[in-house]
Design a protein around this ligand. Structure first.
Ligand code: MN
Ligand code: MN
Length: 296
């Protein structure tokens, strides 16, 4: 990794970390999920980066891929376990980070600690060339030692320019992968813990989309929208909220693009047995001297 690339990863990480700290203060009873997501995304832009994906606010049994809709009425309620997951990029070089908090109560501290400690132990073990499966083993052991289950079908992931899931997975359980983290790689590590069985599934689609291909369309307004999405997000995920600011009837227009195979949508992922889910995430870049946590 050259110095310019490294400095972009570090800048994205610093911004993501700052915005995470600011946005976490807004996770309070009565606040709109919409306001938190919009604040965090505008703050990322203000600080000189762009959102790498829509701010995810996953509550209780939801593990990932919930972002508020443009007219979303949901507010945070006491007792909820909220995962705040956000990403910033500088010229496509991404920082991806998440934190879990409990709103107003303290019933789930051990569940939150389980994913936090799993992440800490995985970060402590990092060295050039470490096998990703060794990180999976550490994460699984820490979470199980606390009496919870790691989520086996969610994992950390390598990052490349404008690519959020670049091919290498960092598992949250022991597995047989022979991939390792060589100097020059960027990865997000994200343990998930649950009191359920440790698996997620997606049923209904959410408010997160991504562009699949850039194509001229018969409808000039839709054609322009596709160009604008590409200009603003490239092929990274984007929210319906952003489209609603550009055009009327955003849902209808996105459904049209979906039917024509121009965009795809992400299903909201929930724990299959209704378990409560916690998550912690940092992004690192590996150097020959060791790992640098960009989102600390
Ligand atoms: Mn994330
Ligand atoms: Mn991630």
């Amino acid at each position: 990794m050259d110095d310019i690339t490294k400095s972009k990863y570090l800048k994205a990480g610093k911004i993501a970390s700052q915005v995470r700290s600011e946005a976490v203060e807004m996770l309070q009873e009565g606040n709109l999920l919409f306001d938190v997501a919009e604040f965090a995304e505008s703050e990322i832009r203000k600080l000189g980066a762009k959102p790498a994906f829509p701010v995810n606010l996953a509550i209780d049994t939801i593990a990932a891929h919930y972002t508020p809709h443009s007219d979303d009425p949901l507010t945070f309620q006491a007792g909820q376990i909220v995962k705040l997951d956000l990403g910033a990029h500088v010229d496509g070089y991404i920082a991806d980070t998440a934190i879990t908090v409990e709103i107003g109560t303290n019933e789930w501290k051990s569940l939150i600690d389980a994913s936090a400690e799993a992440l800490e132990k995985a970060l402590d073990a990092l060295r050039p060339g470490i096998l990703v499966r060794d990180l999976g083993t550490i994460i699984e052991q820490v979470i199980r030692s606390k009496g919870f289950e790691p989520i086996c079908n969610l994992s950390g992931h390598s990052l490349e320019q404008y690519n959020l899931h670049a091919g290498i997975s960092v598992p949250n359980v022991s597995d047989t992968s022979s991939d390792d983290l060589k100097p020059g790689i960027a990865v997000a590590i994200e343990p998930f813990a649950t009191n359920g069985v440790g698996r997620v599934a997606g049923r209904k689609s959410g408010n997160i989309y991504k562009l699949l291909r850039l194509k001229e369309l018969a409808d000039p307004e839709l054609s322009q929208l596709v160009k604008d999405i590409h200009e603003e997000f490239n092929y990274l995920p984007f929210p319906e909220r952003w489209v609603a600011k550009q055009v009327d009837k955003s849902d209808k227009k996105l459904k049209k693009l979906l039917r024509q195979g121009i965009v795809a949508t992400y299903p909201i992922l929930s724990e299959v047995k209704g378990g409560i889910v916690s998550q912690m995430e940092h992004t690192i870049i590996m150097t020959s001297e060791g790992a640098i946590i960009t989102t600390k």
